[in-house]
Design a protein. Structure first.
Lengths: 31, 240
């Protein structure tokens, strides 16, 4: 349980950064 | 549980690293390269050197008419003859477009299949009228987006109206090959070519930009500072 609590913020942060990276790249792709 | 948590974490880190690598280094997907003038041109097919240099010279002629052009700026272009590359790098999962520019991160340009020797882009819709849009137009159009991003900042696509970004790219791309009076008459007659939603063409936006730059004698920087709305721009052009 302790490990979950320690690692969930890192997983969340990394998932968020990845999603933001891909979405912002996509938003900036102009035809 | 511990092992799975670390697997998830490692997996996510790999996905993030792969996304970054793909965004910043598409070069391994393009076998052929030509460095000429301000440009690094990559393609997934052999590049006919003399013809490519002529097209790039023509692109420079168009771009250098813009005050956003800098003789020291360098540009990277990638020609995707295989459409899956365009779908991948445009993140659209459909390659039905002339090209795209990454305005947020890299300012790289990706173009669809092209016949460089004929200075021609192979259009997504067969039978499209390409008479005023040679390959050099598409290069100059997309590279204008790169210049807009350099001049006005990375979040340009979010901060400026679509009509202005596309209208200016069409204006620079066509380099004066545009009959203002004829297009204004078509707009007033409600012609589909002057309706972006019906035709997918940027001619109406070009007309609006030409109104501000050529009729009102605004500078590009002034126009981007004012950033009129699409409705304002349409009303202004129709008033000519």
């Amino acid at each position: 349980m302790g490990l979950w609590l320690k690692l969930i913020p890192s997983i969340g942060a990394l998932a968020l950064v990845t999603a933001l990276l891909v979405l912002s790249a996509r938003a900036g792709l102009y035809a | 549980v511990r092992r799975w948590l670390f697997r998830i974490l490692t997996g996510l880190a790999i996905v993030a690293a792969a996304a970054l690598t793909l965004i910043y280094t598409p070069q391994p997907f393009f076998k052929h390269h030509l460095r000429y003038g301000a440009y690094d041109l990559w393609s997934d097919r052999p590049i006919p050197e003399a013809a490519a240099k002529a097209v790039l010279d023509e692109t420079t002629r168009r771009l250098s008419r813009s005050p956003l052009w800098s003789p020291t700026a360098r540009f990277k272009l990638f020609i995707c003859n295989d459409n899956w590359r365009l779908a991948l790098f445009s993140q659209r999962f459909s390659g039905r477009m002339g090209g795209v520019t990454d305005m947020n991160f890299t300012r790289y340009v990706f173009l669809r299949a092209a016949d460089i020797a004929a200075n021609r882009l192979i259009p997504p819709h067969p039978g499209s009228d390409m008479s005023d849009r040679p390959l050099a137009y598409y290069m100059a159009h997309e590279l204008t987006h790169a210049m807009e991003s350099r001049a006005f900042g990375r979040a340009t696509a979010a901060r400026y109206p679509h009509w202005l970004l596309e209208g200016y790219a069409d204006y620079v791309g066509k380099a004066g090959d545009f009959d203002y009076g004829k297009n204004l008459a078509l707009l007033k007659a409600g012609a589909p070519e002057l309706d972006f939603k019906r035709s997918g063409l940027y001619r109406v936006y070009h007309l609006e930009v030409a109104h501000y730059l050529d009729r009102q004698h605004m500078s590009v920087v002034q126009l981007f500072e004012a950033k009129p709305s699409e409705a304002q721009a349409l009303a202004a052009a129709q008033g000519d």
